[in-house]
Design a binder for this molecule. Structure first.
Ligand SMILES: *[C@@H]1O[C@H](CO)[C@@H](O)[C@H](O)[C@H]1NC(C)=O
Ligand SMILES: *[C@@H]1O[C@H](CO)[C@@H](O)[C@H](O)[C@H]1NC(C)=O
Ligand SMILES: *[C@@H]1O[C@H](CO)[C@@H](O)[C@H](O)[C@H]1NC(C)=O
Ligand SMILES: *[C@@H]1O[C@H](CO)[C@@H](O)[C@H](O)[C@H]1NC(C)=O
Ligand SMILES: *[C@@H]1O[C@H](CO)[C@@H](O)[C@H](O)[C@H]1NC(C)=O
Ligand SMILES: *[C@@H]1O[C@H](CO)[C@@H](O)[C@H](O)[C@H]1NC(C)=O
Length: 445
């Protein structure tokens, strides 16, 4: 009896085991299917909402908005649509048949390439966009000219980085300061020249090192042909004769055209000053503690040199500033930053606030290359974020970059500036006063 039972039990076991395993497998499959079906993309955590954003502007991710083999073009936002076409053109897996990608009324890609420099051409008409006529004027102006990204230089500084005026012998500035300015802002430029933007050898604040600093001002055109502007051309020529630090391009200097200053500056840098180790790009109403910034950059450079000794990685991809993550486009039509949903959908990639940002010269050259694959976007700091995203990089946050200024009570407290690298915003008079006040900061605090 006992023997029979034991035998029977084993038999039972042998029968049950496959059954149980199959059951488990089925349960596993069922659970997997359930999980897959009920999966919803993670909620994006908003750190920062651009002023005027509405509660329901949908948070579609900006970059891969679907599988890359998706041939269907989104019919929604103009920028996403145009970028989609370029992404596919530059996708090494898909290069080949482009005809299927374009909408019937779109131009062929080759015609488009001509448009980059031939801004007046009739072939390069406005891209099809829903309700174009109802857009605000500055948005219309941007869309009309957004295919065009090459403008001639009106004022150049070909020898900014040349030693002894010879083309072969390039200087290697530790820091090239590039300041976005406008023709009329003579006072800001002069205050910068006399304070934080002074060109030449600048001492570091704590370490004795310091480095060679060069400064250029980036200008577009502002005269009677671009709006109600007085003609300041002669004054500007005079200023340039004296200081030789102005770069001016032949495009209308407007808020939505600031991205052009980045693009054209990168091209200029590649051609005339590729040896610059670091670049600071900022507005003409910021204040920079240049010495402290040089100390910081020296530290980064030394760390990079150590790293390079181990890894052979010669490129430095540093970019630091006041980093803004998960910002949403501003959907409030009355504001300066308004971006209609018909123009762009998605969250902005991480970017460094535009008041001032520092990047390595080698990164600037990479940005120049990759910008050829990113459609112009009307907000320059977001555009820089998009280019970084395309390179697979993101900016590094540094608490010393104060895009939104110090607390009001601290603004005239000298010691509050000890940890500051850049602060926005200061008038020319304030720059001069602050510069004097912060001269021997390290001994005072
Ligand atoms: C957003 O709100 C507006 C008006 O309140 C509405 O017409 C629109 O359909 C909403 N959009 C979405 C995506 O919910
Ligand atoms: C490209 O695609 C279009 C339409 O999808 C097709 O008519 C054309 O023959 C294709 N060309 C090549 C070279 O495969
Ligand atoms: C520049 O040229 C001068 C004379 O022409 C020479 O004395 C000086 O050494 C040169 N400087 C450099 C850095 O080559
Ligand atoms: C530098 O060279 C250019 C032409 O090559 C000349 O016009 C200019 O006067 C020179 N500048 C100096 C300071 O020698
Ligand atoms: C940008 O500059 C170009 C060339 O001057 C001009 O056609 C276009 O309207 C400008 N865009 C904006 C938004 O001002
Ligand atoms: C690493 O550096 C050495 C010496 O500089 C060079 O010969 C070699 O090609 C480099 N290797 C790589 C993978 O870059």
């Amino acid at each position: 009896m006992g023997r029979f039972c034991k035998c029977n039990g084993r038999l039972l076991c042998m029968c049950m085991l496959p059954c149980m395993m199959t059951c488990h497998l089925l349960i596993y499959i069922a659970v997997s299917i359930f999980v897959t079906i009920s999966y919803s993309p993670p909620k994006i955590n908003l750190h920062y909402v651009a002023p005027g954003v509405t509660a329901n502007s949908s948070a579609l991710s900006s970059h891969p908005r679907g599988p890359f083999w998706n041939l269907r073009l989104e019919d929604s936002a103009l920028w996403n649509q145009l970028q989609h076409v370029w992404d596919r053109r530059h996708n090494p897996l898909l290069r080949g048949n482009r005809t299927g990608l374009l909408k019937p009324n779109a131009k062929t890609p080759d015609a488009e390439d001509e448009c980059v420099s031939d801004c007046e051409s009739h072939k390069c008409s406005v891209p099809a966009m829903l309700d174009f006529s109802s857009l605000p004027e500055h948005m219309k102006a941007f869309v009309t000219a957004m295919h065009c990204r090459e403008y001639p230089l009106l004022i150049n500084q070909p020898s900014m980085c040349r030693r002894n005026n010879s083309s072969a012998d390039l200087d290697t500035p530790m820091l090239l300061i590039a300041v976005k300015s406008q023709v009329g802002n003579f006072e800001n430029r002069q205050a910068i020249r006399e304070t934080w933007g002074r060109a030449g050898f600048v001492k570091g604040e704590t370490s004795r090192k310091g480095g060679l600093v060069r400064t250029v001002f980036l200008l577009g055109r502002q005269d009677s042909s671009t709006g109600p502007h007085p003609d300041l051309k002669n004054l500007l020529d005079l200023e340039n004769q004296k200081y030789q630090d102005i770069l001016q391009w032949d495009f209308r200097d407007s808020f939505f055209n600031l991205t052009l200053k980045d693009l054209l500056f990168w091209s200029w840098l590649q051609k005339h000053c590729p040896t610059a180790v670091f670049v600071f790009k900022g507005d003409d109403d910021v204040f920079v503690r240049t010495g402290a910034l040089l100390d910081y950059l020296h530290k980064e450079w030394e760390e990079h040199s150590l790293w390079r000794a181990y890894t052979n990685e010669s490129q430095m991809n540093l970019i630091v500033g006041d980093v803004i993550n998960n910002a949403m486009p501003n959907r409030e039509p009355s504001t300066k930053y308004y971006i209609p949903e018909r123009f762009y959908q998605g969250v902005y990639p991480p970017y460094a606030g535009g008041g001032g940002v520092v990047y390595s010269g080698s990164l600037a050259l990479r940005l120049k290359e990759v910008s050829a694959k990113v459609r112009l976007f009307p907000i320059d700091d977001v555009y820089l974020g998009m280019c970084l995203h395309k390179l697979g990089l993101s900016p590094r946050h540094h608490p010393g970059f104060l895009t939104f200024d110090l607390p009001a009570a601290e603004r005239w407290n000298t010691c509050a500036y000890k940890s500051v690298l850049m602060v926005h915003r200061r008038s020319p008079k304030e720059m001069l006063a602050l510069w004097k006040q912060l001269q021997d900061l390290s001994s005072q605090c």
